[in-house]
Design a protein around this ligand. Structure first.
Ligand code: SF4
Length: 742
């Protein structure tokens, strides 16, 4: 049992108890299976036996979170029937969470999009591929002639194959030349990306999951692993069960890991930078530093020392609402650890000082030399299964190989490798919300949405939905129809999904793995890869899209990424299956992959030194007031994935979590007379949702928690257009709301 900021005690309700049991079960199973399943002899028995239910097992990777669990898809007579974890896959060792285990159902859902649709008046009517592609390419051509490439935009996804992200980037920059390319990883990982670039010179998480096993101090900050990455949460719990490791949890919400922590810091929303400054203050004041590492491998120490000198724990305690002694203790444990690891997710990335908070986390590890060794490092846990691919293969803001559009040398290298005029490549990239603003003003006339559902996932949902209706041409490519976004489309293109195409995903620890096609797509659905290449060819760029398969594109990515941080040259599809994924960089066929980055203390900056950033704390742009007195925190629940286009079709998950609920602390519920199970309205300046109340001490007094999954009950009806100023990631975690009893 632990205590909230105000001293109230957390009690486990039934639902929390069941979830904690699930996570504990995964953890214990992990702990007990580890030695057996890691043994080479287990490999021979890895493929499950064939029986009356399954006549073929196909090697693949989970399509949901970026834990990246390895699995087999079982089929019978060409139909998907079940999924099983791969016993000797190093990430999950045969284990899957409930989203993973039931995912074969997403392939059979009756709402699968099976034929192209074209809007005629108020209706979307079936059309042939020829009609749909002709409409799209004719409109693209007209806009290109009238306005040039800035009239077109693409909004992609961290759920596409690496090869699909690559051809989308090649189409946008190498063929069309538009700067308007982004995707939904902007909503979850942009702050980690920009933070890594500022601290280390390039993107790329330095650590890996095995580091959980080696660390003797793990700090989890703004990450609800047991709900959002359950198998990884189980692995962390297995580590704790073995003993000899101190867990520090920093979170405004008493997530399950908080209850298992030796130190829990229930900070006020948006105060991470003040807390991290105070921890650095203690490290420097008490001499808990690795001075040799600082001198040899960093720059900026004196500026940092001067700034954090202004943040004694007593000051941070006032800002953050936690005890100064707890901050002192956390800092000392971190500073004295043999191997310290810090994990974070959206609780950092989706806040007003997100990028600079990432820099402060990196600072902690640079000051103490806790990086590049087993059990150490700042480690961002990615949200989506292939947002790492979106980042490394050039499907989003960066060019392939972590090159920057703002660097002429990088643009020249890519233009030369693609064989296109250097001048065609745009010199900048447009973040997602500015793409939407461009559609709103009419500067962007055609928007192509691929594999994502912004009508639910974008902040300020009412605004986002109005914008989607304003595009002259809105192409939505998705595996399902209707979705909240396909409903606004001019053209819907039916896409193949996971299990219906072959390619690669890269998980949060840089492990590239293979997904083999198990079944045929339904109806006339085609892979995103095929569709993008076909549009490119029809617009006259056939030379750029002369691929016979995704494997051809993977070989081309290897050329683009050679001698860059995500070097993939040693990787082949066959190797990925045989060796159970490989972590980049992997520069040669006999190279085993790279578990950790920066092992030699040399970073990807010009002088090879990492940068220590000194940052002042700043409050969020919107804070609770008399009219909207509560903080709104948002996030995932264990049963569901993003906007329910997939997990909403899985009967078991839909039954376990059929609708949204808002978590309310008893101290906030009591004056309003709200009880668990009653319906309440959550209201912000942007909108209102009506949901079931769940009165629980999991949220601290002064705040509520609401998930973002459920279309008409999404937290994004309430969130606003506030963004981190460096990464342009939305500030989903800090809005002001009020409750109304219905
Ligand atoms: Fe899939 Fe993530 Fe669950 Fe693993 S933990 S089975 S990757 S959803």
């Amino acid at each position: 049992m632990s205590a909230n900021r105000d001293g109230s005690v957390f009690r486990l309700d039934r639902r929390s108890f069941l979830k904690l049991s699930t996570a504990t079960g995964l953890g214990l199973t992990f702990a007990s299976s580890l030695p057996v399943l890691m043994a080479p002899s287990a490999r021979a028995a890895a493929t499950p036996p064939l029986d009356a239910k399954v006549d073929r097992w196909v090697y693949s990777t989970c399509q949901f979170c970026a834990t990246g669990c390895g699995l087999y898809i079982g089929t019978r007579q060409g139909q998907p029937v079940m999924v099983r974890g791969i016993p000797d896959y190093p990430v999950n060792q045969g284990l899957l969470c409930q989203k993973g285990i039931f995912q074969a159902e997403v392939l059979r859902a009756p709402e699968r999009a099976k034929t192209p649709l074209i809007r005629r008046g108020d209706r979307l009517e079936p059309a042939s591929w020829e009609e749909a592609l002709e409409l799209i390419t004719a409109t693209f051509r007209r806009i290109l002639e009238q306005q040039g490439p800035t009239g077109l935009a693409i909004y992609g996804s961290g759920q596409l194959l690496q090869e699909e992200s690559y051809v989308i980037g090649k189409f946008a920059r190498g063929a069309i030349g538009t700067p308007h390319l982004d995707g939904n990883p902007r909503l979850c990982m942009a702050s980690a990306v920009v933070g890594y670039i500022r601290s280390f010179g390039t993107d790329g998480p330095p650590s890996n999951y095995e580091d959980l096993d080696h660390a003797d101090c793990i700090m989890v900050i703004g990450a609800n692993l047991n709900e959002a990455h359950p198998v990884l949460g189980g692995r962390l719990m297995a580590r704790l069960a073995r003993g000899g490791c101190t867990l520090i949890t920093v979170d405004p919400r008493a997530v399950q890991l908080a209850r298992l922590s030796q130190i829990y810091l229930p900070i006020r929303p948006g105060t991470d930078v003040a807390l991290l400054n105070a921890i650095q203050h203690v490290l420097i004041r008490d001499g808990l530093l690795d001075n040799a590492y600082i001198n040899a491998h960093t720059q900026g120490f004196e500026e940092l020392r001067a700034l954090v000198d202004q943040y004694p724990p007593s000051r941070a305690a006032e800002i953050c609402g936690v005890a100064a002694e707890s901050i002192e203790e956390a800092a000392r444990i971190f500073g004295r650890a043999q191997a310290a690891l810090t994990l974070w997710t959206m609780g950092i990335n989706q806040t007003n000082q997100a990028t600079v908070a990432v820099n402060q986390i990196c600072n902690l590890h640079l000051l103490t030399g806790q990086i590049g060794r087993p059990g150490t490092g700042p480690f961002s846990i990615t949200g989506q299964p292939s947002s790492m691919d979106f980042r490394q293969a050039g499907g989003g803001p960066a060019l392939p190989g972590y090159r920057s559009l703002g660097v002429e040398r990088h643009r020249r290298e890519v233009a030369e490798l693609w064989g296109v005029p250097f001048e065609r490549l745009p010199t900048s990239t447009t973040p997602a919300h500015r793409i939407f603003q461009g559609v709103e003003t009419g500067d962007i006339r055609a928007l192509w949405v691929i594999g994502t559902n912004p009508a639910v996932s974008f902040p300020d949902q009412g605004w986002a939905r109005r914008v989607l209706q304003q595009a002259e041409l809105l192409v939505v490519q998705d595996g399902y129809h209707p979705t909240e976004t396909t409903n606004y489309a001019t053209v819907v293109l039916p896409a193949a999904i996971w299990g219906e195409k072959t390619g690669t995903f890269t998980n949060a620890e840089r492990r590239v793995n293979l997904l083999r096609q198990a079944v045929a797509p339904p109806g006339e659905a085609r892979s995103d890869f095929d569709i993008v290449c076909e549009v490119g060819r029809r617009l006259g760029y056939g030379d750029l899209f002369a691929f016979n398969s995704t494997e051809d594109a993977f070989e081309e990515i290897k050329v683009l990424n050679a001698n860059r941080p995500p070097d993939l040259r040693g990787i082949t599809y066959d190797r990925l299956e045989r060796e159970r994924g490989i972590q980049w960089p992997c520069p040669a066929p006999d190279h085993p992959g790279t578990p950790r980055l920066y092992t030699d203390g040399r970073f990807n900056t010009e002088d090879g030194r990492a940068r220590l950033w000194a940052v002042e704390y700043a409050p969020p742009p919107e804070v609770p007031d008399a009219e909207y007195p509560l903080w709104l925190n948002t996030g995932r629940i264990q049963e569901h994935w993003h906007t329910l286009t997939k997990t909403g079709r899985i009967a078991e998950l839909a039954a376990w979590a059929p609708e949204a609920y808002v978590e309310i602390n008893p101290r906030e519920a009591a004056p309003l007379g709200i009880n668990s199970g009653e319906r309440v309205a959550v209201v912000s300046r942007r909108g209102r949702v009506e949901v079931m109340a769940r009165v629980t001490s999991q949220v601290a007094p002064g705040g509520v928690f609401l998930s973002f999954h459920f279309g008409e009950q999404t937290s994004n009806a309430l969130t606003g257009q506030f963004f981190d100023p460096l990464s342009f990631e939305p500030i989903y975690k800090q809005s002001a709301v009020r409750l109304e009893r219905l």
